[in-house]
Design a protein around this ligand. Sequence first.
Ligand SMILES: Cc1cc2nc3c(=O)[nH]c(=O)nc-3n(C[C@H](O)[C@H](O)[C@H](O)COP(=O)(O)O)c2cc1C
Length: 213
Amino acid sequence: MSQAWRHVGPTLYKGASRMAVLDALLSRSSTDMLSDPAPEGSVLEDILSTAMRAPDHGKLRPWRYVLVRGDARPKLAELVVAGMLARDPDVPAAKIEKRRVRFSTMPLTIALGMHLHPDDKIPVIEQEMAVAAAAMNVLNALHATGFGGVWVTGDMTYDPAVAAALGFAAPHRLAGFLFVGTPDSARPVPTRRPVGGYVAEWHGTPVVFDADH
Ligand SMILES: Cc1cc2nc3c(=O)[nH]c(=O)nc-3n(C[C@H](O)[C@H](O)[C@H](O)COP(=O)(O)O)c2cc1C
């Protein structure tokens, strides 16, 4: 890892208005309709640095990012396909081909690793939630810098052989994969539900949410 990756970078939003930050948070959406370029260099460093501001009980910093790009992509695709066939030798050829193409062609895939400490006083679920919070920061930062992506899991995420081949032998695990690149500009503008149904004020008796009616 180069020296550049170790330094504390410039504040990403220095000079940006709070509204610009909120607008970015309110308008992010996921997509796998992604083309080149993917972020690289100092832009990618800034994006991934947002992980380092995720809430993190015990400062365990359990998030890990494995960058898979260029010629490494078909290798990851073959690893994923080998796992599919090991789990189910009769898996349909079309399903294999779809996954092979996806992992071989995404501009950048980031394997989300979880470096877990099962014996720590911080419960594993809190370590996992910190990884998820960090991934959310990364997704928002991708959007804020004009890039995009989607977090996927699937059976390959829970395959110990795939995890180990990426560097996460037990007790460490994968939390999924971020497919990353430049979103297709023709994709539909996402809608956003009003949050009202997911918020309630407590007055001493259990709350009921409109979203659950
Ligand atoms: C932990 C986790 C795993 C996910 N796995 C998948 C997946 O395997 N396939 C998929 O299509 N979407 C998956 N999603 C959902 C997408 O990442 C995305 O949130 C969803 O398509 C909705 O898009 P939005 O983020 O624009 O609302 C997952 C989300 C999370 C948080």
